[in-house]
Design a protein around this ligand. Structure first.
Ligand code: UDX
Length: 444
């Protein structure tokens, strides 16, 4: 089977590389020539632990190729994965331009039997629409079937997830095509769920919406914990032991970001709205997340009144650890507020500095280490739980900062440990530690 993957973003590139790793011949196609040239040299355009090595290994072993030539990509392919982006439109719905362009290009070049597998997250009904579109435009001799195969991988652990995912979902109206795609995936050794196309599309949105709901739920519980004097870490552990709830996705913090949850939750609300159904619960989940992303800023305002002229360090910028992705990151949301309040902001992230520079420009100072970022600051905001940040001792904050006040958006540290130092440590859903003499003064 000759496989082509179109779109070499997160999902496309990881899918292509991992399909090659399990023994298939794979061509990854992208319209972006410079990006293709880079990949031909074995350099991954995205930061993902382990991806470069796996990419080079499969290129050397002759199973993985890159091209910007449409005819070469589609002409001989038996299976074509569409993994192009579906960015958010202004109204929150998914922009399907790239998926449609890929479908038209496939119709132009395919002249035989081929299966088109849609990996991109697309609103329910899109696979059927793409199938119709291909039928209208394809060559008479071409026999093309569309299969939905949504992707559940997480950034930062994408390769691991490809080999250890909980399930592979295959939605098809053509049982023969479903069997072919199941056979291709067999070497991953992951349970396969067969369903119809629309249910497969819905599984993806429902999964992301449910996970986002868990996060907003635990964040609301954390906010109440603070008021009643309970500890969210213990509460999350306590409820997570109930197997009907489960221990995962109960980490309270400053909300979810990234390229999927914010976009997909809004798209599902929009999809339901288009069908005259108001998805009240998911709207509340989104509202809670918007509030939560500003929580550190809100707490700092409560404590200090004005933040004008305050010297603030922000540790961690990416939307989560092990990625350089800052899309929809909480850090950016509150940094913009801090800047609007005329705070002086210094930032540090182990990996995401270049991406941050493209957005924040010269409005902030860029430090080359966490220690440098903390030097002479009055306030530290922690936005991402990188191992490097979790490993920083409180003694460093005390040594580098002036009467340190730490707002920890990811509960990186032990509150009992914080009590041993002259500092103020405010985290999420746990009692605040207020030890710095100068802070006691300011609280009357
Ligand atoms: C997510 C889904 O997990 C994945 O299945 C889907 O394919 C794409 O979207 P990803 O965006 O890479 O993956 O990251 P994920 O690890 O799920 O985290 C998303 C956000 O939720 C991060 O900002 C993270 O900090 C936050 N989160 C996650 C929490 O705040 N608490 C948690 O308990 C878990």
């Amino acid at each position: 089977m000759k496989i082509t993957v179109t779109g070499t973003g997160y999902v496309g590139l990881v899918t292509g590389v991992c399909l090659a790793e399990i023994g298939h011949d794979v061509i990854c196609y992208d319209i972006d020539e410079p990006k293709v040239q880079m990949m031909k040299q074995g350099i991954s355009p995205i930061y993902e632990p382990g991806l470069d090595e796996l990419m080079r290994k499969n290129m050397e072993q002759g199973r993985l190729f890159f091209t910007a030539d449409e005819e070469m990509a589609y002409g001989q392919a038996d299976i074509i994965y569409i993994a192009v982006g579906t960015p958010e439109k202004e109204d929150g719905s998914a922009d399907l331009t790239y998926v449609e362009e890929a479908a038209l290009a496939i119709s132009r070049y395919v002249r035989k039997r081929a299966i088109v597998v849609i990996k991109s997250t697309v609103p329910v009904g899109t696979n059927d629409r793409i199938q119709r579109m291909i039928h209208e435009h394809k060559a008479a001799e071409a026999d093309i079937t569309v299969v939905s195969n949504p992707e559940f991988l997480r950034e930062g652990s994408a390769i691991y997830d490809m080999f250890h995912g909980d399930r592979i979902v295959i939605g098809a109206n053509d049982p023969e095509a479903a069997t072919v795609i199941a056979d291709i995936n067999k070497p991953f050794g992951i349970p396969i769920i067969h369903t119809d196309i629309r249910s497969a599309e819905m599984i993806k949105y429902a999964a992301n919406a449910f996970l986002a709901t868990k996060i907003s739920f635990i964040n609301e519980i954390a906010n109440i914990c603070e008021k009643v004097g309970a500890n969210i870490d213990d509460v999350a552990y306590g409820i997570g032991q109930d197997h009907r709830i489960g221990p995962h996705f109960l980490k309270a913090g400053i909300g979810y970001g990234g390229s999927c949850f914010p976009k997909d939750t809004k798209a599902l609300v929009q999809l339901a709205g288009n069908l005259q159904y108001q998805f009240d619960l998911l709207e509340a989940v989104i509202h809670v997340n918007n509030k939560q992303q500003l929580l550190l800023y809100t707490k700092a305002k409560e404590l200090f009144g004005s933040l004008a002229g305050k010297k603030v360090a922000v540790l961690g910028l990416s939307f989560k650890p092990n990625t350089d992705d800052i899309r929809e990151a909480a850090s950016l949301v509150f940094i913009h507020r801090l800047l609007a309040d005329q705070a002086q902001v210094t930032v540090y992230d182990p990996i995401a500095m270049e991406k941050a520079k493209a957005i924040l420009g010269d409005q902030v100072v860029y430090a080359s280490s966490a220690a440098e970022a903390l030097c002479g600051q009055e306030i530290a905001f922690i936005a991402t739980e990188w191992e490097e940040i979790k490993a920083l001792p409180f003694s460093l904050y005390v040594e580098k900062m002036k009467d340190p006040v730490i707002f920890d958006g990811r509960n990186c540290y032990d509150i009992k440990e914080a009590e041993r130092f002259p500092l103020t440590y405010i985290s999420i859903g746990r009692r605040p530690i207020v030890q710095a003499p100068s802070m006691e003064g300011s609280r009357g």
